[in-house]
Write a protein that binds this ligand. Structure first.
Ligand code: PGA
Length: 252
C-alpha cells in the first residue's frame, strides 16, 4: 500500500552522529539511488558541527537542511550558541523550535520558544514548532491544555508572510526515543485539535501537522493514514541509513 498524499519526512539526527558519521550518512543518502518521489519533502536536521558540509551534499540532491535549535539573538556573547541568522547564511531553510529535549533537558520556556519563532521568521527560516505533553500531563488529562498553552505562547503575534507555511510537530514527550509510540488514532485526535487551534491563531496560513515520537519503518504508514497527519519528525530511525531508506520506501 502506498501513501497518496504529499508527505513531509523530517529527520532529526540530534547528537547521534559525529562529524564523520554525519558526512558519511549524507553521502550515502546522496548515493542511494532512491527515487525520492515528488510527493516526499525531505528535510534533514544535522548537528551544528556537521551542518555546513551535510547541507551542501544534500542540497545537490534536492534535500533541504535545517537547524535543530537556534538562538534568538543574531549575534553576541552567547557562548556555545548559533543564531538563526548564522544558520540561514550557512544554507539552512528550516529550524526545529521548542523540541521537547530543548524544553525538558535544557529548560527552554514557552517565552523563549516564542522568541525563537520570531527570530526564525525574521531571517527567513521556516520554523517547525514542536509541542507535546509529558506522561504525567497525559495521565492527568492535561495533554490538550498543555499543548494549547504551548501553541498560544509560541504563535502569539508573529509576522508571517502570506505564502508561509506553519509546520507543527506534535511530539508527546513520553513517546520520544522510548520505542513507545503514541497510538495513531490518539495522535490524530491531538493533531485535529492542534490543526484547529493553529489555524485560528495564524489565520490564512497553510497549517501542516507532523507526528513525532518513536516513528519507525514498521509504524510510519499507520501515522500517515491519519487525515490530519501530513508527515513525521523522526529521530533514532532517521540516523541510520537502512531504517531511513526503509521509511522512505514505505511511503513511496
Ligand atoms: P524519536 O525522536 O524518533 O527517536 O522518538 C523523535 C524526535 O525527537 O523528534
Amino acid at each position: 500500500m502506498s501513501v497518496s498524499k504529499k508527505v513531509y519526512l523530517f529527520a532529526n539526527w540530534k547528537m547521534y552522529l559525529d562529524y564523520d558519521e554525519s558526512n558519511i550518512l549524507a553521502n550515502a543518502l546522496a548515493g542511494a539511488s532512491v527515487n525520492f518521489a515528488k510527493k516526499i519533502k525531505m528535510v534533514i536536521f544535522p548537528s551544528a558541527l556537521s551542518f555546513y558540509p551535510v547541507a551542501q551534499v544534500l542540497d545537490d540532491i534536492g534535500i533541504a537542511s535545517g537547524a535543530q535549535n537556534v538562538h534568538f539573538e543574531d549575534r553576541g556573547g552567547y557562548t556555545g550558541e548559533n543564531s538563526a541568522m548564522m544558520y540561514k547564511n550557512a544554507g539552512a531553510k528550516f529550524s526545529l523550535i521548542g523540541h521537547s529535549e530543548r524544553r525538558h533537558l535544557f529548560g527552554e520556556t514557552n517565552h523563549e520558544v516564542h522568541q525563537k519563532m520570531e527570530t526564525a521568521l525574521s531571517v527567513g527560516l521556516t520554523p517547525i514548532l514542536c509541542v507535546g505533553e509529558t506522561a504525567k500531563e497525559r495521565k492527568g488529562n492535561k495533554a490538550k491544555d498543555v499543548v494549547e498553552i504551548q501553541l498560544r505562547a509560541a504563535l502569539d503575534n508573529l509576522k508571517w508572510k502570506p505564502k508561509d507555511k506553519l509546520f507543527i510537530a506534535y511530539e508527546p514527550v513520553w513517546a520520544i526515543g522510548t520505542g513507545n509510540h503514541c497510538d495513531p488514532i490518539e495522535a490524530e485526535k491531538m493533531c485535529v485539535m492542534i490543526f484547529k487551534m493553529a489555524s485560528m491563531l495564524a489565520k490564512g496560513l497553510e497549517v501542516i501537522i507532523l507526528y513525532g515520537g518513536s516513528v519507525n519503518e514498521g509504524n510510519i504508514r499507520d501515522f500517515l493514514k491519519q487525515p490530519d497527519i501530513s508527515g513525521v519528525l523522526v529521530g533514532g530511525a532517521s540516523s541510520k541509513l537502512d531504517t531511513w531508506l526503509q521509511i522512505v520506501q514505505n511511503v513511496c
